[in-house]
Write a protein that binds this ligand. Structure first.
Ligand SMILES: Cc1cc2nc3c(=O)[nH]c(=O)nc-3n(C[C@H](O)[C@H](O)[C@H](O)COP(=O)(O)OP(=O)(O)OC[C@H]3O[C@@H](n4cnc5c(N)ncnc54)[C@H](O)[C@@H]3O)c2cc1C
Ligand code: SF4
Length: 475
């Protein structure tokens, strides 16, 4: 039996969205490349996750520290990373999200445009068999149709769409609207973290080409602690397995350990950039319940059926955050109690963008553990919450509203991002437009850590598209 190689063409740290889509794109151009993936967690099959009622045997809070009262973060440690726990909501970012500084004077511009990303969005959508409707292109232009048709809308969506056809659009989602060969059809059971029928895209059902690839080795239980760097070049990745330290050499290194652990690895490696770990953020979300007068709802085809963009973009983004309204097809606050009116309600989630702030950052403690400080969202986001709540009744005017109930702020949107921002300028960004570290030129950073600004939209489709683009430019 041949001995395993001691050096690899590609050493990839972490096996979540950013890493997997990078490997996918890289092997398309360099199919002979030898790839090693170092993954901290284990592989947990769909069957294991359903049986144990969780996505991983490792709890996120065990992997980092945070001061009491600071915000919570949610992620999965394990093969496939966020593909295990995600809800498979896949809207693209809005074209304006890439130009927040030049359009509105806040945050930083991205070093690429929506139009440049479109072909990679298409590739990622095809890989995940995203379900969606042509009508979405009124807000988010696209060069090709969605691979699968959109899910059935609810009665509430139908009313909203008739009144606001350009702003209320069917959801784009990697929850299958028809059987795909690997996945069954979504049946709206609304517990996507542990989808009982395996309808959403995951590592296990979607990346069989990588898990069975003869040149790809996924080594589990390997916690990468640091990189060995000399003269601006990464020589090796150092990892812990079963209490022992190991070292593996490679030509190109890809860091995709999530927006908390990727900066922690760079900090432990002594790769100094003043913005490493700085600006970690996510959206601020709140729940709303709309009681309806005479309109039965909850008859849609999946957990979230539509997005409303009325409060997303405009000149107001100079002063306060935009908001995206998610129209849900579930009943998190219960059904109505009045006889015959059980379904006369519409649960919404309003998601407000936040700005990266210098005070919110990832550092490392004396013993090397990742430490996340995030005391509060920006004033920009706070104003966005106030203004979106004030404007909500107007947006929902087409519906027969009886009452709108604020159901509280959500602890987290489960989207960690922005701790290793990308940009053209090596002073104001950590990695360049191709996602290569400005100082270490054989080190690529992937995942949502690279976002220079947030967006109201879910991040993973954009993570996937960015990785496909970076791999295509570098391979
Ligand atoms: C409950 C939940 C629901 C979500 N729903 C959605 C959704 O509907 N739509 C959406 O767009 N996004 C959703 N997300 C967010 C999505 O999961 C993230 O945006 C996405 O996973 C980020 O990709 P990433 O590559 O940056 O990190 P991840 O996908 O988290 O990958 C990081 C990988 O690195 C590994 N790792 C970490 N540290 C180390 C180390 N030291 N050494 C080796 N390996 C390491 C991890 O185990 C993991 O495999 C959801 C998240 C959660 C938690
Ligand atoms: S709505 Fe239900 S069937 Fe569809 S992906 Fe979520 S859990 Fe699975």
């Amino acid at each position: 039996m041949p001995s395993p190689p001691s050096s690899f063409d590609l050493v990839v740290i972490g096996s979540g969205f950013g890493s997997l889509f990078f490997i996918e794109g890289y092997l398309q151009k360099r199919p002979e490349a030898r790839v090693l993936v170092l993954e901290r967690g284990s592989f947990h099959s769909h069957a294991w996750q359903i049986e144990h009622g969780r996505n991983s045997s490792i709890v996120p809070e065990e992997t980092y520290r945070t001061p009491a009262g600071h915000k919570a973060w949610n992620f999965t440690i394990g093969v496939g990373g966020g593909t295990n726990c995600w809800y498979a909501q896949t809207p693209r970012f809005h074209p304006t999200d890439f130009h927040m500084r030049s359009l509105y004077g806040v945050a930083q511009d991205w070093p690429l445009t929506y139009e440049e990303l479109d072909p990679y969005y298409v590739q990622a959508e095809n890989k995940m068999s995203v379900a969606g409707a042509a009508e979405m292109s009124t807000v988010l232009p696209r060069s090709t149709p969605f691979p699968l048709p959109a899910h059935k809308l609810t009665s509430v969506d139908e009313v909203m769409r008739r009144a606001q056809p350009d702003l209320h659009v069917p959801m784009a989602t990697a929850r299958a609207s028809a059987a795909t060969g690997q996945r069954g059809r979504c049946c709206a059971s609304a517990r996507c973290m542990l989808c009982p029928v395996n309808a959403k895209f995951t590592f296990e059902n979607g990346f069989t080409n990588l898990s069975s690839h003869p040149n790809v080795e996924i080594r589990t239980g390997c916690e990468v602690t640091r990189l060995d760097v000399a003269n601006g070049t990464t020589i090796a990745a150092i990892y812990r397995k079963h209490g022992f330290e190991h070292r593996v050499k490679g030509e190109l290194f890809v860091l995709g350990a999530n927006a908390i652990h990727s900066p922690a690895i760079l900090l432990r490696s002594g790769i100094d950039h003043s913005l490493t770990g700085v600006g970690i953020h996510e959206q601020a979300g709140y729940s709303v319940e709309v009681l309806l007068d005479g309109l039965d709802n909850l008859d849609g085809g999946t957990i979230t059926t539509a997005l409303n963009y009325s409060l997303y973009d405009g000149a107001f983004r100079r002063d306060h955050a935009g908001a995206l309204i998610y129209f849900d097809n579930r009943w998190p606050h219960g059904l109505r109690k009045e006889y015959g009116r059980w379904r006369q309600l519409a649960p919404l989630v309003v998601v407000v963008e936040d700005l990266p702030q210098d005070t919110n950052r990832v550092t490392i403690d004396g013993d090397g553990t990742a430490h996340v400080s995030h005391e509060r969202v920006s004033r920009y986001a706070e104003l966005g919450i106030e203004r979106s709540w004030a404007a909500l009744r107007q947006v929902l005017a087409p519906l027969p509203i009886e009452h709108i109930e604020f159901r509280g702020m959500r602890a987290t949107e489960s989207h960690i991002q922005g701790s290793l921002r990308m940009g053209h300028d090596p002073i104001s960004s950590v990695i360049d437009a191709k996602q290569v570290h400005h100082q270490v030129r054989n080190l690529v950073v992937v995942g949502s850590s690279v976002f220079p600004s947030g967006s109201c939209s879910n991040p993973s489709l954009t993570v996937a598209a960015l990785s496909l683009r970076s791999a295509s430019l570098l391979a």
